[in-house]
Design a protein around this ligand. Structure first.
Ligand code: SF4
Length: 286
């Protein structure tokens, strides 16, 4: 299966207006974290929040609903969220930590759980992992170049950015969309050997690919993720649709096409680098 193992897949849209007003798409991450906090499943979360520099995220430990909501929205440059885990465990004294991250950050969390070298008494505090679909990511300098040199708008004027339908688009003082292929040279090098789009090792993974604007595609992958989502649905947190309701080119067909494309590209890059005698990390997913 292109998207790894999962229990359920569905299209979701949060009902809480406080969440939908700030969320990137369907508000799944923000809503499920707020619910998990309310239910005592977690007592805090590692998130990418806004910093003083426009669109440069910083990792934060959020322990209230307000802090979770304030960190909503996708950022297109990496926020080293895992770096805050020691602080969450030691300074904030959290026992049940949620980690929100890209698929590669979810690997880091799982590796830490499997082999907690240097992370004893920290990895066992990971209570929930929420993965965000990721096709690629940019360094901050690369992102700034894409926005200021290609979209031709000042980065501080941007209120939202999106990748979808073959475009990189910014909204704000001026709405601009450029072909995604113009941005490829600014991607982080490691992203070219990354074969996981849908966060295959998370408890819950979600993103906009496959669903219309305002909705998110959501996989539950573990018993923990599935149980939490079932309770959240029963509590009326989300509007829900079956993925089959979205005909091609939307729906799982679109997601499968992009996921397969990402895996194939990663395999080819690894083969090309190996042929040149360059170091490559062995693929985990492929
Ligand atoms: S493409 Fe892969 S390596 Fe790059 S940020 Fe996304 S998950 Fe991480």
């Amino acid at each position: 299966m292109a998207f790894g193992k999962y229990k359920e897949v569905m299209a979701l849209k949060a009902k809480d207006a406080k969440v939908t007003g700030v969320a990137q798409d369907g508000g799944v991450v923000t809503s499920i974290l707020c619910y998990a906090l309310e239910q005592g499943v977690i007592d805090g979360a590692l998130l990418a929040a806004k910093s003083d520099t426009p669109w440069l995220p910083k990792p934060v430990v959020a322990t209230t609903k307000e802090e979770i909501i304030a960190a909503a929205g996708t950022k297109y440059t990496i926020s080293p969220n895992m770096s805050a885990i020691k602080s969450a465990a030691r300074e904030y004294a959290l026992d049940k930590i949620a980690i929100v991250g890209t698929p590669c950050q979810i690997y880091a969390a799982r590796k830490m759980q499997l082999y907690p070298f240097g992370a004893r008494h920290i990895a066992d505090k990971i209570a929930l992992t929420v993965g965000i679909f990721c096709t690629e990511n940019f360094s901050y300098a690369g992102l700034k170049t894409v926005i200021e040199d290609h979209c031709k708008v000042p980065i501080e004027s941007v209120t939202k950015m999106e990748i979808g339908k073959g475009k990189f688009s910014v909204k704000g003082a001026k709405d601009v969309a450029i072909p995604i292929k113009e941005t490829h040279k600014y991607e982080q090098d490691g992203c070219h050997v990354c074969s996981d789009l849908t966060a295959e090792f998370a408890d819950i993974s979600t993103g906009s690919i496959g669903t219309p604007d305002g909705w998110s595609t959501c996989f539950t992958r573990t018993t923990k993720g599935s149980d939490l989502m079932k309770k959240a649905l029963a509590a009326g947190l989300f509007e829900k649709k079956e993925m089959a309701e979205f005909a091609a080119p939307m729906g799982l067909a679109m997601l499968e096409k992009l996921e397969t494309g990402k895996k194939d590209k990663a395999k080819k890059t690894v083969a090309d680098r190996t042929a040149l005698g360059l170091f490559t990390t062995p693929g985990i997913v492929y």
